[in-house]
Design a protein. Structure first.
Length: 131
């Protein structure tokens, strides 16, 4: 059985470079928040200071799999980046959803009754949406 190194050694330098570039692209597509932070050469303590939270909170954020967009945006901005939300459909090109900051600022209900009203509105829209 041949090793990966043996197989690669028989490839042209150009093909090896193409494979390395694609591998880097795939790895970049699948980074966690912790990977992003480390790539920016930031510690959890530095992130905590930038976010005005404790280091333990940074650790919890990095382990979560479900976020509010506002939390994710704030975290990414603290690293010096920006967050874009890309919407993909099978029958069209990807679309970057704009005005997320405006949406996030207005999407937070101010009272319990407003939250109930918002949930009822979302439920009604969901039922009315074509399937």
């Amino acid at each position: 059985m041949k090793t990966a190194a043996e197989i690669r050694s028989r490839m042209s330098a150009e093909r090896q470079a193409r494979i390395a570039r694609r591998a880097s692209e795939l790895i970049a597509e699948e980074m966690t928040l912790q990977d992003l932070r480390k790539a920016q050469k930031l510690t959890q303590e530095q992130m905590a200071a930038a976010l005005h939270i404790g280091q333990d909170s940074v650790s919890r954020i990095e382990k979560r799999s479900d976020f509010l967009l506002s939390t994710l945006r704030t975290y990414v901005q603290a690293m010096g980046g920006s967050l874009d939300l890309v919407v993909r459909f099978a029958d069209r090109k990807p679309v970057i959803l704009s005005s997320l900051e405006d949406v996030a600022a207005t999407a937070r209900p101010k009272s319990r009754s407003t939250r109930r009203s918002s949930r009822r509105h979302l439920a009604a829209v969901s039922r009315a949406a074509p399937k």
